[in-house]
Design a protein around this ligand. Structure first.
Ligand SMILES: Cc1cc2nc3c(=O)[nH]c(=O)nc-3n(C[C@H](O)[C@H](O)[C@H](O)COP(=O)(O)O)c2cc1C
Length: 481
């Protein structure tokens, strides 16, 4: 049974409009910083998504900013009540993404809107697309900020969709970082580069919202099948013009080409997911383009990474946390949940657990820090089942009262990391070296019962009948809340 989903960005934009979560900007905006500045302010204020109708120098093109920067938009994308709570959205996501993958289907080119216009050869010119100058200080115009890159493993045929930012270098060339531990990094640097073979790629801009969610999730299966699970229906794909990759038929813009194995071009700086401009201008991965196909009046999507909250932080925190929930559940650890605040820029994992045996917090940290996703995490906070992991106040209270400042903290050194940590020193950044820490917020099980402090809260220290009486009379006492 398909869930309620939007087959393209246009349907999703309409849904945002119906939910009062879209601002249509009729006046012309400049691709050079103005559009980026609007999206940035939207992210920082959690405002409605901006939809730009006129872009300077680019008649016929439109743009859509901050497409999934709030939980409300995520709930709408998943066809849920816009006011669904984070636990509700999380449970729904876990339910949909546990079970049988749903393979995509291929549609004919004439039924694929992304083929309405085809530019090949000389006509395929990246400067004909309204790539924005997103932040002042960026190394160039970034066409691909909310998008994904399709690639295929040459040996196994495994298809990867992942978000790897792309800066326009010249009419035919884009450049961007691909971290070595990412799926595309392992594929390209591990399999194509050693054979000096170019890797076919397709960049998809303006996809339906759930394809975007899947592409930035750490999906354990090909992301086209993962998208199918989120939709409850197969995603519709169409073959590229110049290689044998397949792309979503309803996407706005497709850029096809090859990733070159033998050359690197300087890229960055750029505003990054941590909320800082960290990585220097350096030689990075090169995408040489061969074709651009697009819908009539194409809509470019723009994400603006910076201080929280943008879609990278929100969706990566959401999906990384839930993959950890699945991992810990699969090991039979009696967890009550896992949550990552977007403001932690997906560095901090909060795990709730029934403290069933000694050492359980260390076991959790070992699994989280030992997982494939480990380089993205720097801190694990383990709290007990009575702490609401979604409530910052409760987690901070537990951290500051139950975690012993020395014995409750365990350090993990020489861990895999990313070169983007703002706190890392130059050598750590150079080698992508991380450091990780566990904050164990569980009272030790071997303490005598009388030693365990009693939490003083309304729910914990009053007899049931007093609680019920107070709740029943609350309004009549004169309280409005
Ligand atoms: C907006 C956005 C931009 C990203 N940019 C990059 C990037 O430039 N390079 C990179 O290696 N990862 C980047 N990431 C992280 C990858 O997209 C992330 O690891 C993704 O899950 C790729 O999946 P996979 O490599 O596990 O398939 C970005 C994520 C988001 C949400």
């Amino acid at each position: 049974m398909p869930y309620l989903f939007y087959k393209d960005n246009r349907e999703f934009i309409n849904a945002l409009q119906s939910n009062n979560d879209l601002v249509i900007i009729e006046q012309e905006v400049d691709w050079d910083l103005e559009m980026g500045a609007i999206v940035r302010r939207v992210c920082e204020r959690k405002s409605a998504s901006p939809y730009f109708k006129k872009i300077r120098d680019y008649p016929g093109f439109e743009a859509f900013g901050a497409p999934l920067a709030t939980y409300k938009r995520l709930a709408i994308a998943m066809g849920m009540n816009p006011d669904a709570s984070i636990p509700e959205i999380s449970d729904e996501y876990v339910k949909r993404t546990t079970g049988e993958p749903i393979k995509p289907i291929v549609v004919e080119k004439k039924k694929a809107p992304c083929k309405e216009n085809i530019w090949l050869g000389k006509e395929a010119d990246l400067f004909k697309l309204p790539g924005p100058m997103v932040h002042d200080g960026d190394g160039g115009r970034y066409l691909a900020t909310w998008h994904f890159v399709v690639s295929k493993d040459p040996d196994t045929g495994f298809v990867n969709w992942g978000m790897y930012r792309q800066m326009v270098f010249d009419e035919k060339t884009m450049v961007g970082p691909v971290l070595p531990f990412s799926d595309m990094g392992k594929m390209f640097y591990g399999k194509y580069v050693p054979k000096n073979k170019p890797m076919p790629f397709a960049t998809v801009i303006g996809c339906d919202p759930l394809s975007g969610v899947a592409a930035c999730a750490p999906a354990p299966i090909p992301e086209d099948e993962f998208t199918g699970m989120l939709m409850g229906a197969p995603v519709e794909l169409v073959k590229c013009e110049t290689n044998d990759l397949y792309v979503p038929a309803h996407a706005e813009i497709i850029i096809e080409g090859e990733v070159l194995p033998d050359i690197r071009i300087e890229e960055a700086p750029f505003g990054e997911y941590t909320g800082y401009r960290t990585s220097p201008r350096e030689p990075r991965t090169v995408y040489r383009i061969k074709a651009i196909t697009f819908r009539n009046n194409p809509i470019v999507t723009v994400s603006n990474m910076g201080v929280p909250t943008d879609e990278g932080q929100l969706l990566r925190s959401f999906s990384l946390g839930l993959e950890m929930r699945k991992l810990l559940d699969s090991q039979g650890i009696p967890i009550t949940g896992v949550f990552m605040w977007p403001e932690s820029t997906h560095h901090l994992v909060v795990v709730g657990v029934r403290p069933a045996y000694s050492g359980i917090a260390s076991q959790i940290a070992n699994l989280v820090f030992g997982s494939k996703l480990s380089p993205w995490f720097t801190m694990v906070v383990v709290v007990d089942h009575e702490t609401d992991i979604y409530n910052k106040d409760e987690v901070i209270h537990a951290l500051c009262t139950k975690c012993h400042p020395i014995r409750g903290i365990r350090k993990y050194e020489q861990a895999p990391g990313t070169p983007l940590y703002p706190f890392a020193d130059p050598e750590d950044r150079k080698w992508s070296r991380g450091s990780q820490v566990l904050f164990d917020c569980l009272f030790p099980l071997d303490w005598p019962k009388a030693m365990v402090p009693i939490k003083v809260s309304f729910n914990n220290v009053y007899p049931k009948e007093i609680q019920e009486k107070v709740l029943k009379n609350w309004k009549s006492y004169g309280f409005q809340d």
